[in-house]
Each structure stands twice: as C-alpha cells, then as structure tokens.
Design a protein around this ligand. Structure first.
Ligand code: ZN
Ligand code: FE
Ligand code: FE
Ligand code: ZN
Length: 294
C-alpha cells in the first residue's frame, strides 16, 4: 500500500524501480520517526527521503522505551511506549524487505544509558535483531540535558555548567564501558544550547577519549548540532581530531526528526571528517561493523 507523495516527489514502487542506488554516502546512522512523539514522518517516508538523498543505507533509530521507568510514567512526547516496540521492529523489518536492492534499511534504536539499569537495557536489546544500537546520555540526575527545561539549571552560572559537564562525562565514560552500545550519539551533547565548560568536558576530555578508544564503540559525526543553538557538529572539531588520532571508528548521522533532515549537511560532515584526518567510516549490520571509505 502506498501513501501520499512526499515532499521529495511522487513515490515509485520499490518492486518496479531497479535503478542502482547512487552511493554518495554510506549510511545515515541516526534517524527518528513520528512514533517518538517529537518527530514527524512515518517510517516509510524516512526511507523514501534517504532514497531521494542518494544514500545507500539508512538506519532507523527511534528512541527506545524508557525502560527504567514504570509504564504509567511513560511520556508519549519523549519515546515510544514499551508496547509499541514490537510493532516498531516489525515495521522496520518490513521496510528492509520491501526496499531490498534499492536501499539498505537497518533496524536500529537509540537507547538511553542509565547507570545501574544496564541489565534491563541488555534484556531489551537482546530481544530483537537490531543492526545498530546507539547509546545516548540524555539523563543527568533524572533530568534531560538536551531539553529546554534544563535551561533553568544551565543558566545558574559557570559553576553549575561545569558540574553538569563533569556529571555528563562520568556517565558517558560508564556508557562507553557498558558494552551495550555500538555507537555513541552526540558525544558532547551538553553544548546544545551553547553552554561550554571552563575546560573541555570539565577537565575529563582526555579520559573520555581514552575510554572510547579502549571500547568497541564508534562515535557519530552528527549534523544535528547545526540545527541547534550551538550551531556546530557533534563532536566539536578539536574533540573529533583527538578521537580520530586515537583510532576511534566513526559513522555519519543526521539525527533527523523529519524526513527533510535525513542526510542533513552530509557534504559538510564528510569535509569535517576529512579535515580531522578521517579516511573511513563504518557501516553496521547485525551489530557488526565494516569499514567504508569516506
Ligand atoms: Zn529525539
Ligand atoms: Fe539523543
Ligand atoms: Fe536521536
Ligand atoms: Zn538523539
């Protein structure tokens, strides 16, 4: 069944369109759908946008249910509910089959790292055939560091901003070492609204880089920050150089929350990667990664 035409023009049938994919970019490894409550676009529209952008692969990585909260505390504006997860998986696997030969559709998920709740997340992740799992630290002391509601705390002065960054770095290192994640998302997220720490990651940047380099995690080069007040990619250029020098693998991401954002500023991301000394990125399937020239 076909839906309405997207902003990228009328859709063509995947069963009759055998054009070879143009492989300008390997994969957009971080995208969301309307299911999370704060993005727009059905799953199929995200895939169609990726086809229109000339991507060879697209990972749909919607926000995992908040597994650390009881179901009655579910907030439909932040993530899918626990009972929506099976339907999500089914929908993405269906698109994977329908678009085979045209674009590779990967079953991904973006999961929050919550210290002390690793076993619950491991159970959730092992229940489905994910291709790629993104790990995010959004929660610091129970509040979302990237939500506008956190501005009250971040506006309390440099001392508080430094405490937020230090707590974030601590959690990020724990997430990196948890073994739960394939890719670390938006590595320097607390800068989103423009709040910088006095020293990078409040003095912990070298520890963060060392932890990531010692782990099996890749890091996303994400254009999402370009659409936010901070106006720059995640990770910042200097951090990206340090990670690259430490031998960390990378993926390209838009963190699209709308079909129009799929593959957002990928030309600029490639340029940023190359100027940081990155010659290859990786692609995931079945939670194994392979290297693709940039
Ligand atoms: Zn989101
Ligand atoms: Fe995130
Ligand atoms: Fe995301
Ligand atoms: Zn995200």
């Amino acid at each position: 069944m076909t839906g309405p035409a997207t902003e990228f023009g009328p859709r063509s049938s995947p069963t009759t369109d055998h054009r070879p994919p143009t492989t300008s970019f390997p994969c957009d490894t971080h995208t969301h759908t309307a299911r999370c409550g704060h993005a727009v676009g059905r799953d199929e529209e995200i895939v169609e946008a990726a086809v229109a952008r000339g991507l060879s692969a697209i990972a749909i990585t919607d926000h995992a249910p908040f597994y650390w909260l009881p179901p009655e505390r579910h907030d439909p504006s932040l993530a899918m509910a626990a009972d929506e997860l099976p339907g999500y998986v089914e929908s993405v696997l269906d698109l994977q089959a329908r678009y085979r030969g045209r674009i590779e559709v990967l079953l991904g998920i973006e999961a929050d790292y919550v210290a002390g709740r690793e076993d619950e997340l491991a159970r959730l992740l092992s229940a489905y055939p994910f291709d790629v799992v993104l790990g995010s630290v959004h929660l610091i002391d129970g509040w979302l560091v990237d939500a506008p509601s956190s501005l009250a705390r971040l506006s309390q002065g440099q001392g508080e901003v430094d405490r937020v960054w230090a707590s974030y770095a601590e959690l990020l290192i724990a997430a990196t070492r948890s073994g739960l994640f394939d890719v670390l998302a938006h590595l320097d997220l607390p800068k989103k609204f423009g709040h910088r720490s006095s020293r990078p990651f409040a003095g912990r940047q070298a520890d963060v880089v060392a932890a990531v380099a010692a782990s099996t995690c890749a890091v996303e080069i994400s254009s999402a920050g370009r659409r936010k007040p901070v106006g720059e990619d995640y990770p910042a250029a200097e951090l990206l150089r340090e990670l690259a020098a430490a031998g960390v693998p990378f993926v390209l991401s838009s963190d699209a929350h709308a079909p129009a954002e799929v593959g957002y500023a990928f030309g600029e991301l490639v340029a940023a990667g190359r100027s940081a000394g990155i010659a290859a990125v990786c692609a995931f399937r079945g939670r194994h990664r392979r290297t693709v020239a940039l």
